[in-house]
Ligand binder design. Structure first.
Ligand code: XIL
Length: 365
């Protein structure tokens, strides 16, 4: 299934029936239904472990998400831990879950400088064998051909701080083995393996109103221009959208201009990993929740004012499991949970959920 308007409108009509609810707008109606009613999509990054072990979590995922992505189980260190050993069990389980619940599925990520198995890192640098890239994409995308809505083909290939004039990430096994061409090779290969899947370039830290983020935006646009001028089959840009409420300045104008620049290249846009880090904020969590909600509203209002933006996935749904509470860059030093997702640790809707709902409702396509 493709993420095109017709499909979304169709699922808008059928979803309320599937969920046994009337199509009448209700205050508590899920993000999934609301997004779909307005011809957009909302989804969530999930893990099999949580789906299997936590009934509350599972219920919220079924109710709220129209599309799923694995938070880690479709990364290469999990899928191909050894050269001759593939392990699709996690991705298969999430796909099955999605299909049972009439949810779309996306893949994250085929090519990344992180989450690679040790054997690959060693072999790629010594052999520079392009098959280590292409045969993996053939195997994985081919296995799920016709079943995945979209793929993050390449993730985070930009890092201007590495010092290359192109702004490309030099500290990557892929760049070091093949130079820039690994990116186009990966897209061509993915297209051939599943001609119907939407192919994404996915990138981080594109929304900050700070000089280093501006360098990332410029390098990203240049990369996309090069890919398009070479006829590389790319459909969309994934903007991760890991916001930092108290650490990185955000401004509507800067973000808006960037979205316009991407759209003018003829690409669609999806916010792929949305959450809001609250570390460094006031002690009072009620205040932080309000700040997180207001930033969410500003960010998504700008995003959804553009027809090119097809929707948003958040990187998790409940603060109970957020990676923001684990990652050294974003967690609170005193170990308190981060509050950067729409549901709290008890699966209660937070002001962030209301902000997301309002953003989807306000800017119907
Ligand atoms: C993160 C996961 O959430 C963590 O559980 C894992 O330990 C590291 O990766 N950008 C990405 C995602 O593209 O794959 C990352 O996911 C978060 C940042």
């Amino acid at each position: 299934m493709r993420l095109d308007r017709r499909h979304l409108v169709r699922s808008c009509l059928t979803l309320p029936l599937l969920m046994g609810r009337s199509a009448k707008a209700e205050d508590n109606e899920s993000l999934r239904v609301r997004a779909s009613r307005h011809a957009r999509i909302y989804g969530v990054a999930v893990t099999t472990e949580q789906l299997l072990s936590d009934v509350e979590y599972r219920k919220v995922i079924v109710r709220e998400a129209g599309i799923l992505v694995a938070e880690g189980e479709t990364k290469r260190n999990v899928l191909q831990p050894q050269r001759n050993l593939f392990n699709f069990s996690g991705t298969d389980a999430i796909l099955k879950f999605a299909q049972r619940n009439a949810q779309l599925m996306r893949g994250h990520t085929l090519v990344w400088h992180r989450a690679n198995p040790k054997w690959l890192t060693e072999e790629i640098i010594t052999t520079r064998d392009e098959k280590l890239l292409t045969s993996y994409i053939n195997a994985v995308v081919g296995r799920y051909r016709g079943q995945f809505n979209s793929w993050d083909v390449v993730n985070e290939a930009i890092e201007p701080e590495d010092g290359l004039s192109s702004g490309l990430r030099e500290q990557s096994i892929w760049f070091q083995a093949f130079g820039e061409t690994y990116i186009e090779t990966a897209f061509h290969c993915a297209r051939a393996a599943d001609p119907k899947a939407q192919l994404f370039y996915n990138e981080a830290n594109l929304e900050g109103d700070v000089a280093w983020s501006e360098r990332r935006r410029r390098a990203t646009i240049k990369l996309l221009e090069r890919l398009i001028s070479k006829g590389v089959p790319i459909d969309a840009l994934g903007i991760q959208g890991h916001l930092k409420a108290y650490r990185v300045k955000y401004s509507d104008d800067v973000f808006s201009r960037f979205l316009d620049d991407v759209a003018s290249l003829g690409l669609r846009i999806l916010i792929t990993e949305f959450d809001v880090a609250d570390a460094g904020g006031p002690e009072d969590y009620v205040q932080r929740d309000a700040d997180v909600a207001s930033l969410t509203r500003r960010f998504l209002d700008v995003a959804f004012s553009k027809p090119s933006v097809i929707g948003c996935l958040s990187w998790g749904i409940s603060d109970k499991y957020s990676w923001l509470s684990r990652d050294d860059r974003y967690k609170w030093p005193d170990g308190q949970p981060s509050r950067g997702l729409p549901f709290d640790q008890e699966f209660k809707q937070k002001p962030m959920w209301d902000a997301m709902v309002s953003a989807y409702d306000k800017t119907a396509l």
